[in-house]
Design a protein around this ligand. Structure first.
Ligand code: KG4
Ligand code: ZN
Length: 347
């Protein structure tokens, strides 16, 4: 079965063609980075207007690259939540129109579950496993028992990890988008140059919850000291020390969740999974704990259509699809939350 996947939840207009949920025939991404750069962040109205211009040419290019015709497409899969409402609407309405014209089924996809599906495009990953979703909008540690069964163990209680990367980069004028720039700067910086704080969460939070607003504020508070000759070197050190702490916060929770759940595999998805240090730290954690670690290739970490097509295929295989009443939502689906007591009992 050949599925066309459409992703327009934020600033990437992405369309992919995937066979049988696994074989990527094309994965075309038109990024809007240049248009949003001068604003140091995504401007929702601008994003939706650009999606309107891009969606057709990107789809045509992706179908051509895949070496198929529109008639070969068996179904259309599209992100309908969470994300920027205006941008999601462009993708969903285009998908509905295309599906109607081709007389094929279409299916609405949760972007979070799609990021978690991304490593499945490259590896056979047996369920259950510990899932880590790290993006610009979300930070979720979860137990994944099926492609659509996600039990949340912990989340950020404030900023998403990618958001912290983006905000630090914005305040320091490192460039946009922040995550990739900090990753690059950090390579030649000293992670020990600053000792940024680790959050101490109160009892009311779950043991796997994380927090990034304290770290972000501490890093931004260093800003005044750097407008001097040493700026260039210091910016590399700031980037390295911030990244080091941001990654150690995640690894601490992932390690605890891995031990407590007794799970033997970790799979990660989302833009921050492209981070060099995080990828290395997860591999080291896996090696130390005897757990298999699945990290997608870089282009499958950030937003892409392949993960939408891949996950869509899984639903379609089960005989499920959406109808034309499908709407969009800016909010995350209500995932099941696994309580601390249940984690202990399930051991
Ligand atoms: O998954 P994604 O493309 O979009 C969302 O669903 O949010 O993730 C984008 C996020 C941004 O915050 C970006 O700064 C971050 O992923 N990111 C990175 C890296 N590449 C992208 N963060 C750290 N290191 C990277 N190499
Ligand atoms: Zn994403």
């Amino acid at each position: 079965m050949i599925v066309l996947g459409i992703e327009t939840s934020c600033d990437e207009c992405a369309v992919a063609v995937v066979r049988d949920g696994r074989e990527i025939l094309s994965n075309t991404i038109a990024t809007q980075i240049n248009e949003h750069e001068e604003f140091h962040g995504v401007v929702p109205e601008l994003a939706s207007r650009l999606h309107t211009e891009l969606i057709y040419p990107v789809t045509a290019a992706s179908v051509k690259k895949a070496g198929v015709t529109l008639q070969d497409i068996d179904a259309v899969s599209v992100t309908n939540r969470p994300g920027l409402s205006g941008s999601l609407l462009v993708g969903v309405n285009f998908a509905k129109g295309l599906a109607a014209a081709l007389d094929r089924p279409f299916i609405g996809i949760d972007h979070i579950k799609a990021h978690l599906y991304a490593p499945h495009l490259e590896s056979d990953i047996p369920y259950p496993y510990l899932g880590l979703l790290v993006s610009g909008g979300h930070t979720i540690i979860c137990k994944v028992t099926e492609f659509d069964q996600v039990e949340v163990l912990g989340t950020t209680i404030d900023d998403a990890v990618g958001e912290a990367f983006d905000k630090v980069a914005k305040y320091y004028h490192f460039g946009y988008p922040g995550g990739a720039v900090i990753d690059k700067l950090a390579k030649s910086g000293d992670p020990k140059a600053f000792n940024f704080p680790s959050p101490r969460l109160k009892e009311m939070y779950r043991p796997y919850d994380v927090s990034y607003s304290g770290l972000k504020t501490a890093v931004i508070n260093q800003l005044d000291k750097f407008w001097d000759k040493r700026y260039e070197k210091n910016s590399r050190n700031i980037a390295a020390a911030f990244q080091n702490r941001a990654v150690s916060i995640l690894i601490k929770s992932v390690e605890k969740a891995l031990i407590d759940t007794g799970l033997e595999r970790i799979a990660v998805g989302g833009g921050v999974a492209a981070n060099t240090l995080l990828r290395q730290a997860l591999r080291e954690l896996g090696a130390a704990k005897g757990a298999e670690v699945y990290v997608p290739s870089m282009e499958l970490c950030t937003d892409n259509g392949a993960m939408i097509a891949g996950l869509g295929y899984q639903y379609l295989k089960r005989g499920e699809h959406s109808d034309y009443s499908l709407s969009v939502s800016a909010r995350v689906s209500a995932f099941k939350s696994l309580t601390w007591t249940k984690v202990r009992k399930s051991q």
